[in-house]
Design a protein around this ligand. Structure first.
Ligand code: NAG
Ligand code: NAG
Length: 167
C-alpha cells in the first residue's frame, strides 16, 4: 500500500517533468521558426472626410488588404490576431494609432487572405490634424501560442496621404 502510493507519486512527478520538458521544447522550437509573412495594404478610396460638430475629424476609407501570414503558424500556434492601423504624427503625439480593421485567424488555412473593406472601426482624429496628413498603414499581428509567450510584430507600409480638403 505504502509503496504503491510512493510509486504513484513518482510516476506523477515524472509525468509532470516530461510535460514541462515538452512545453519548453515547444516554445523553444518556435524560437527557431523564422517566419516570413508578407502584407500589402492599399487605399482604394477615401469615401468621405469631414469635420464633426465637435471639431474632430473623421475619415471613411476603403482598403484593399492582402496578406500571407501562413508562416506564423507552427504546431504550437493557437491563433493569430491581426489588425490594420493608421499611424500618424501630430504636434501633441509622436504616434497616433487608429485601428481600422481586425481579424482573428484560427488556422494556417485562413492565414492567406485578400479583402476589400471599409474601415470597421471609426477613423477619428481628436482634433483637426488630418488634412494633407501623411500616414502609415501598419499590419500588426499577435501570435498566441499553445504554450509559451505571446509575441507580436508588424509590417509598416509608408507613404500615404490624406486629402487636403474635406469631401
Ligand atoms: C488588391 O490587392 C491585390 C494584391 O495586391 C491585387 O491583386 C488586386 O488587384 C487589388 N484589388 C483592387 C480592387 O485593387
Ligand atoms: C512611417 O513609418 C516609417 C518607417 O517605420 C517611420 O519612419 C515614419 O516615422 C512613419 N510615419 C508616420 C507618419 O508615422
Amino acid at each position: 500500500m505504502h509503496s504503491s502510493v510512493l510509486r504513484f507519486n513518482a510516476l506523477v512527478t515524472f509525468a509532470v517533468a516530461i510535460l514541462a520538458l515538452i512545453c519548453a521544447l515547444a516554445s523553444f522550437s518556435d524560437y527557431f521558426n523564422n517566419p516570413s509573412p508578407t502584407a500589402d495594404v492599399k487605399v482604394l478610396s477615401i469615401n468621405w472626410f469631414h469635420k464633426q460638430p465637435n471639431g474632430n475629424e473623421e475619415v471613411r476609407i476603403t482598403l484593399n488588404i492582402s496578406a500571407d501570414l501562413r508562416s506564423l503558424f507552427t504546431w504550437n500556434t493557437k491563433q493569430v490576431f491581426g489588425f490594420v492601423a493608421a499611424e500618424y504624427e501630430t504636434p501633441q503625439n509622436a504616434l497616433n494609432q487608429v485601428s481600422l480593421w481586425d481579424i482573428i485567424i484560427p488556422s494556417k488555412e485562413d492565414a492567406k487572405f485578400l479583402v476589400q473593406i471599409t474601415n470597421k472601426y471609426r477613423f477619428i482624429d481628436q482634433g483637426s490634424n488630418l488634412r494633407s496628413k501623411e500616414f502609415n498603414l501598419t499590419l500588426h499581428w499577435h501570435v498566441m501560442p499553445k504554450v509559451g509567450k505571446m509575441w507580436a510584430d508588424k509590417i509598416v507600409m509608408t507613404g500615404y496621404r490624406l486629402p487636403d480638403r474635406y469631401r
